[in-house]
Design a protein around this ligand. Structure first.
Ligand code: ASP
Length: 323
């Protein structure tokens, strides 16, 4: 009898182990933009602030994933935290265009269904990534722009703000410097997130104010599915940052997925080749974060630095900025 009991307990433990091993471990990767991110340009105080905010963004997304939530909810939670933080070039604190106005772009993609949503050139939507999610979930379209996207957001009950909400003195000073040609480019970064949830579903999202001093009406890669954002459960989830025109011409986010599917490359081989060889040879500065269905991470960049970090089940948030 004792022996039978012991064997039953053993079988039970084995089944539990099997179920646990079958369950995907969650992973969340974020970026806060690539560019002139060097120890010389980012003061110690600023570094601490970035460290704190990137950690908070990872924690916000992890909270969703650890309670069994979806990768889609996790990427939105992480990005919304960064959209509200003036340190990044998305939402509050986004960069100014050549007219001294702020125009925001964002997109999201579900790797399970290949459904996607995006908004471009919006000026009064507090959380562009939330609006992108709504385009995906509650419209028949993938991308909406300008006044039409804002009207859609209003009808959907999404929070609208006065454009002054996005204004920060730091972004304004950066705009003035670029305008006066004292600086060539901006320092602030686009934000992005990719996640794998415990059900094995991948998602990706990106949110940005675009390139500083961009022409009024210019749309970058960030809201374009396949350029700045892509997710497919069969391959990977990708969010890009950098000189958008190059990312659009090279369909960068989709290319990472395509190389994995067509050439059998690993996520790191595919992402590394595109960023460090293809884009670099064309002068396309930037980087990306990518995550495959097994939870493998790749975070290549060919700029001086890239704000980035990840957290996976059972681990602590890891943050990196420089090379
Ligand atoms: N890729 C963004 C754009 O071109 C900018 C950035 O990531 O810094 O709009």
């Amino acid at each position: 009898m004792k022996k039978l009991k012991l064997s039953l307990i053993l079988v039970f433990i084995l089944i539990l182990n099997f179920v646990y091993a079958q369950q995907t471990r969650y992973v969340l990767v974020i970026h806060g933009g690539a560019g002139n991110v060097t120890p010389e340009r980012i003061t110690h105080e600023k570094r601490a602030l970035y460290q704190q905010k990137l950690t908070e963004a990872l924690e916000a997304g992890e909270k969703v994933l650890s309670s069994g939530g979806s990768s889609l909810d996790a990427v939105v939670a992480a990005i919304q935290l960064m959209e509200q933080c003036p340190l990044f070039n998305s939402g509050k604190g986004a960069v100014f265009n050549s007219e001294g106005k702020i125009e925001l772009d964002a997109s999201i993609m579900d790797g399970k269904t290949l459904k996607a949503g995006a908004v471009a050139g919006v000026t009064i939507i507090k959380s562009p990534v939330e609006a992108a999610r709504r385009v995906m979930d509650s419209s028949a379209h993938v991308m909406m722009a300008g006044a039409g996207a804002e009207e859609f957001a209003r009808i959907q009950g999404i929070e609208l703000v006065d454009p002054s909400y996005f204004y920060t003195e730091e972004s304004w000073q950066e705009y003035l410097k670029v305008k006066a040609k004292i600086e060539k480019d901006g320092r602030k970064g686009t934000v992005g997130a990719v996640a794998l949830d415990i059900n094995g579903n991948l998602a990706a999202a990106t949110s940005t104010g675009g390139m500083v001093y961009k022409k009024f009406g210019r749309i970058g890669d960030s809201p374009i599915i396949g350029a700045g954002t892509y997710a497919n459960n069969e391959s990977c989830a990708v969010s890009c940052t950098g000189h958008g025109e190059f990312f659009i011409r090279n369909s960068v986010a989709f290319d990472v997925s395509a190389r994995m599917q067509y050439l059998g490359e690993s996520v790191d081989q595919a992402a590394g080749y595109i960023v460090n060889e293809k884009l670099k040879s064309q002068g396309g500065s930037g980087g990306l974060i990518a995550l495959d269905k097994e939870g493998n991470i790749s975070m290549p960049f060919n700029a001086a630095g890239m704000f980035r970090g990840y957290v996976s089940e059972g681990g602590k948030p890891q943050i990196f900025m420089f090379r």
